[in-house]
Design a protein around this ligand. Structure first.
Ligand SMILES: [Zn+2]
Length: 223
């Protein structure tokens, strides 16, 4: 009796599984992951206008001009890094970025907002673990068409998803410790060679890397 009942239950379960899979196939033919991601991205964005503005331009080959990066701000204490200082500047100890800390010291900046330094598109929003922790990489198209990349590392939390378009000053995450490895700070890199491997954060070879603070200072407004 027990066996027969189980078999019947199993058959019923199989039937519903098949129905579920078939339903999914017809609802999202061939792009279920993409649909899921879009939905998640929509939920994730604080400013729904951003996704709305790009809903119908997403498939175009070129970046919409209004999302070009025509000005840059600092990633903390926006727009001028008020209340923060650069604890390890680009080039010091072969550092390939800047380390932003609150002037209040220690872990007082843990959980503080990190902002996109310019309009752009999120290329990576992922926990890379190791010495990097949670990392956001944003590609910016300059008015002359050149593309550069900004990288925000050791985040406590990430508030964007890959493919999201962000405006300058949009909060993309919070300052963290890379899982307790460091005192909370933001490691910021700017690269003029985009999509390179994440690297090691330090190197004598600076090819492909820009001095982030110098670049931001020189590009507060691009004409
Ligand atoms: Zn650093």
């Amino acid at each position: 009796m027990q066996n027969i009942a189980n078999r019947g239950l199993l058959r019923l379960l199989k039937f519903f599984c098949a129905l579920f899979l078939l339903g999914n196939f017809f609802l999202f033919p061939g792009c279920k992951d993409h649909e899921n991601k879009k939905e998640a991205a929509a939920d994730h964005l604080v400013d729904p206008e951003i996704n709305a503005a790009f809903a119908d331009t997403e498939t175009q080959a070129t970046t919409p001009e209004e999302f070009n990066a025509n000005s840059f701000d600092f990633p903390v204490g926006k727009p001028d890094a008020k209340g923060y200082y650069n604890a390890q500047a680009f080039g010091k100890n072969n550092h390939l970025g800047d380390d932003w800390n609150a002037v209040t010291g220690g872990n007082s900046d843990l959980g503080h907002p990190i902002y996109a330094i310019a309009n752009g598109k999120v290329a990576v929003a992922d926990d890379l673990e190791g010495g990097w922790g949670k990392v956001v990489r944003i590609v910016h198209t300059l008015p002359d068409g050149e593309e550069i990349e900004s990288i925000y590392a050791h985040c406590d939390s990430i508030m964007v998803l890959e493919g999201d378009r962000v405006r300058k000053g949009f909060q993309i995450g919070t300052i963290g410790t890379a899982g307790g490895q460091y005192l909370a700070h933001l490691h910021l890199e700017i690269r003029d060679s985009i999509h390179m491997p994440i690297g090691g954060g330090y190197s004598e070879v600076q090819e492909g890397y820009l001095d982030p603070s110098l670049f931001i200072k020189n590009n507060r407004s691009i004409h």
